[in-house]
Design a protein around this ligand. Structure first.
Ligand SMILES: [Ca+2]
Length: 188
């Protein structure tokens, strides 16, 4: 009986060690799946592409008010823009009944399907202010109150996905915003 008791104790010890090793492996696996990592310069995950139900590249747009001192106010709604756009609202409403002191942040992504790093052309136009970021780098900066005008930039990009972000605001009077780029990076 004593011999059996010792074997049982040894068995329980081995079982405990195995369970602890299993928990350690599971814990390491959980750590790498942390979804709260901060925004980085890398391309967004391709598992959540910004595409419409019809398979076209689109922009996710979040509208916000502007305060009288030019600070971002409250979010007022979301919508989607097509891959390229040119909205001329004149002095009418831009979104949600707002014709002045309103703006948006829009995000999208492109796919450079070329053999090597190469230049991609971007074009923006705005009344009033606009900024374009590629992979979180500011590449077009026209952040001031002004009548409609356009800006162009070419950026060397490696093959693969790259994130885009536009910030825009309308101060008063007429309003317009435009975006376009090389079409081949929109077709994926
Ligand atoms: Ca204006």
């Amino acid at each position: 009986m004593k011999r059996i008791h010792i074997n049982k104790g040894f068995f329980l010890l081995i079982l405990t060690v195995l369970i602890l090793m299993l928990l350690q492996v599971l814990c390491i696996g959980c750590g790498s799946g942390d979804s709260s990592e901060p925004e980085s310069n890398s391309a967004p995950k391709t598992s959540t592409p910004t595409k419409s139900a019809h398979g076209e590249t689109v922009w996710d747009v979040e509208w916000s008010t502007l305060t009288g001192s030019g600070e971002w106010g409250a979010p007022i709604g979301n919508m989607q823009f097509p891959a390229t756009f040119n909205y001329d609202w004149s002095d009418g409403d831009l979104y949600g009944g707002y014709s002045d002191y309103v703006g948006f942040t829009a995000t999208s992504q492109i796919n450079v399907q070329r053999d090597a790093s190469s230049f991609v052309s971007f074009h923006v136009g705005s009344d009033d202010a606009i900024r374009l970021y590629v992979d979180n780098n500011l590449v077009l900066d026209d952040w001031a109150k002004h009548d409609y005008r356009t800006k162009n930039a070419t950026v060397s990009l490696a093959p693969g996905f790259h994130s885009l972000r536009i910030r825009y605001y309308e101060w008063t009077a007429d309003a317009q915003v435009m975006f376009s780029c090389d079409y081949d990076v929109l077709d994926w």
